[in-house]
Each structure stands twice: as structure tokens, then as C-alpha cells.
Design a protein around this ligand. Structure first.
Ligand code: FEO
Length: 404
């Protein structure tokens, strides 16, 4: 098969996973890819590996370019299973190779493999590897998004191998941003970027800003950003970096998302009135019923909007289980810069709305209080209260959004 050249003898040799829909519990409706890269020079160098199921595909792709036995260096930017669990297959095929990773990468990888038979060099920010005409610079990125994480940079070609950062869960035959935009759309690509950021990188906004500032200070020019998932940024590397800066700074749409669940449709009925209130107050509003929607999609929609209204019935004095699950996920993601209101129905004693607010305050998000509650079934006056609540929330979102 024809090798895919990223730039000047740098080849994409990874695999496309068209079938995956559950990525460690995260919904991936577009599939994904495990990208890794072969740099052909006097001392051929492999950057990252792939998920173990795809080791054979990767080795075949390498063979389409060179004999894997010729590989002299293998860089492990990140040890998570989807990138490093075929290191053993690579080392079998390339026995002369030396592995390069951070100190914490080595410590972590030792939990997956017996490292005693492999040559390993640990690296830190600023270290360089000369492989012939090309030079590889290492940049540690601890907690972006694991302690071991680093990036590497092909200096002469100005290609950044960014591991998970700037990635997207997309399976596509066109492996570059411009190809994907031509066959699908820029909006779909942006949606995949936001989905990935919201579900994986949301907790690390401050670190992301600091790392981008550090890279700018180092004077790294970026012609191509080559992540370990999804399309490669050869047309718009500057645009994706700016998107990351914006997201790290809390950029959102001046809109509202309503995230709810319902038992006997009372909270759903309240939801209809809340949505009309928001809409009539002039803001766009999207509703997500949690029981009908993957959690990762709900989090993406939460992240896109400046304001969220959470609707929950009371079950056994606490919020409905899907709402509890959503709030737990949000707590782990350390969501910021969003404002939240709550509403819901209950029978004989409430609890859901109070507990939603308690959790939202613990997470550190702004709240719009008090919420709205009804008993058993919303009466016309309850629907009016919900409508008014939605409209007042929209006004508050507008005011809060102006701070950003
Ligand atoms: Fe794509 Fe952190 O693994």
C-alpha cells in the first residue's frame, strides 16, 4: 500500500479503528485512530506505538516503508494502553532499537512489561536526539494528561508529535485536517475536537495554557501538529492551538443546555416550559435527556454552553441516578466557568434540587438560585414558574457570559 507521508520522510504508520464505540467508557460514534509515526533518516525512529490489537497493522505499515529491524530509536510519548501496549511487538521486530521516555514513563511502563531486556534512555525537556539530518527535541508535559506524558518535535521539519493533545476520536480515510473538512465539514471536525477536550482535557486548562506559553517561549514553529488520535493538522495548526487556548480560558457559547431526566414525565413537562422561557428570553437552548444520551455527549454539550439547567426528579430523597452520575463525572472533570440552575419534581419530600445545588457548589461552579420544584404533577401555575425561571436564567447567563 502507498505510505502516508506527513512531511519530508515522516510517515503515518498507525491504524484506524472504525469499529470502536466504547473508548474506556467514553462514547466514540465516529470511531478513532491510533496514530504513530516513522521518521526515516540515517537512524530510523518510531514515534509512539498503537493499541495492541492493531500491532499487526502498524508493523505492516512500517514494512511498506522500511524493514522494521532497521529502526534504531522508539520514542514513547505516552504510556497509556492505546499507545504503548504494542511496545513488545515493536521491540521484537526492532531488536536494535533504544526506547526513549520520561522517568515517570519508564516507571509506569514497567507495570506493563518486563523492561530488563530493553535499552531505555530517559529524557527531559530540552534533551535532543540526532538521528541523521533530523533532530528530535523532547518536551515533558506532565499531567497532560498522565504523569508520564511528553511531546516530541522534529526540529528541521517543524512537526510536533503531540500525543493525545490536539487529538480527536475520528476514524477517516482522509488522515489530514484539510481532507476531513473536504469530505465532511469543519463544523464536524470542531465538534470532535470539543468532544475530546471536554471529556479528556477539561481538568487541565491551566496546564494547557502554561505549556502553550512555554512552547511559544521556546520559539517552536509549528508547520504540522501530529496527534496520536484523529486527523493530522497540516492546514490549520495555528487554528487548533488557538482553539485550545480559548477552551483553556473558558470560552463557551452564550447559550443554555438543559440536562435532565424524568420518571413519570413531570420533570420532562417542566423542561418544556424551562426551554420556552430560555428561548423567549433570546438564548439558544438545547435539551439532553440523560437516559437517552451517552454521558460523554452530555458533557460535551455542557462544555459548549455558558449556562446549564439541570432537571431531576427526586428518587429516595436524592437526585435521579443518571443525574448523580453526570454530576460525579463533572466533578472529576473539574468543570469551570459555567453557571448552573436546577429544577425538578418530587412526590412527598424533595431533595434532588437541593442536592444538585450542593454538588454544583462543591465543584466550584456558579449557581443560579433558588431553583424550581413542583409536587407530583406541574399545574399551569408551575409551568409558568418554570417558564419564568428559564427566562430569568437566560438573563443571568447573558450577564455572566459578559465577564469572559
Ligand atoms: Fe490516547 Fe491518554 O491515551
Amino acid at each position: 500500500m502507498k505510505p502516508i507521508e506527513v512531511r519530508n520522510k515522516i510517515f503515518l504508520v498507525g491504524a484506524v479503528d472504525w469499529a470502536i464505540r466504547d473508548f474506556h467508557g467514553y462514547e466514540t460514534p465516529r470511531g478513532t485512530s491510533y496514530n504513530n509515526y516513522l521518521i526515516v533518516d540515517d537512524e530510523p525512529t518510531l514515534v509512539d506505538t498503537v493499541k495492541h490489537d492493531f500491532a499487526g497493522v502498524m508493523l505492516k505499515n512500517i514494512r511498506d516503508v522500511i524493514d522494521p529491524a532497521a529502526i534504531r530509536h522508539v520514542i514513547i510519548n505516552h504510556i497509556e494502553n492505546d499507545h504503548a501496549t504494542s511496545v513488545d511487538r515493536v521491540m521484537d521486530a526492532a531488536p536494535a532499537a533504544t526506547l526513549y521516555m520520561t522517568e515517570r514513563g519508564k516507571k509506569g511502563l514497567a507495570r506493563f512489561f518486563d523492561l530488563s531486556g530493553w535499552r531505555i534512555k530517559t529524557v527531559k525537556t530540552g534533551d535532543e536526539l540526532k538521528i541523521g539530518t533530523k533532530t528530535i527535541l523532547f518536551i515533558e508535559t506532565p499531567m497532560l494528561h498522565w504523569p508520564d506524558s511528553m511531546m516530541s518535535y522534529a526540529e528541521e521539519d517543524k512537526v510536533l508529535f503531540s500525543q493525545d493533545a490536539f487529538g480527536q476520536h475520528i476514524a477517516s480515510s482522509g488522515r489530514f485536517d484539510d481532507e476531513f473538512i473536504a469530505s465532511a465539514s469543519l463544523a464536524e471536525l470542531d465538534d470532535a475536537v470539543i468532544d475530546y477536550y471536554a471529556n479528556i482535557l477539561m481538568p487541565f486548562g491551566s496546564l494547557i495554557k502554561a505549556k502553550i506559553a512555554e512552547a511559544t517561549k521556546m520559539g517552536l514553529e509549528l508547520r504540522v501538529i501530529a496527534p496520536d488520535h484523529g486527523v493530522i493538522w497540516r492546514q490549520g495548526p495555528g487554528r487548533i492551538v488557538q482553539m485550545y487556548i480559548d477552551m483553556a480560558e473558558g470560552k463557551a457559547m452564550q447559550s443554555v443546555v438543559v440536562i435532565y431526566d424524568t420518571m413519570w414525565r413531570s420533570t420532562e413537562q417542566m423542561t418544556q416550559s424551562v426551554i420556552r422561557g430560555v428561548k423567549d428570553a433570546g438564548l439558544d437552548c438545547r435539551a439532553i435527556k440523560l437516559r437517552a444520551t451517552p454521558m460523554s455527549v452530555a458533557v460535551k454539550e455542557f462544555w459548549k454552553a455558558r449556562g446549564a439547567l439541570i432537571g431531576s426528579p427526586t428518587l429516595n430523597n436524592i437526585p435521579f441516578p443518571t443525574i448523580c452520575q453526570f454530576l460525579t463525572y463533572l466533578r472529576g472533570l473539574r468543570a469551570k466557568n459555567r453557571i448552573v440552575g436546577a429544577y425538578g419534581s418530587f412526590g412527598w419530600s424533595g431533595g434532588a434540587v437541593r442536592e444538585v445545588y450542593e454538588t454544583v457548589r462543591e465543584i466550584g461552579l456558579e449557581t443560579f438560585e433558588p431553583g424550581v420544584e413542583t409536587t407530583y404533577r406541574p399545574a399551569p401555575e408551575d409551568e409558568q414558574r418554570c417558564y419564568d425561571f428559564g427566562a430569568a436564567f437566560a438573563e443571568k447567563v447573558r450577564e455572566y457570559h459578559a465577564k469572559f
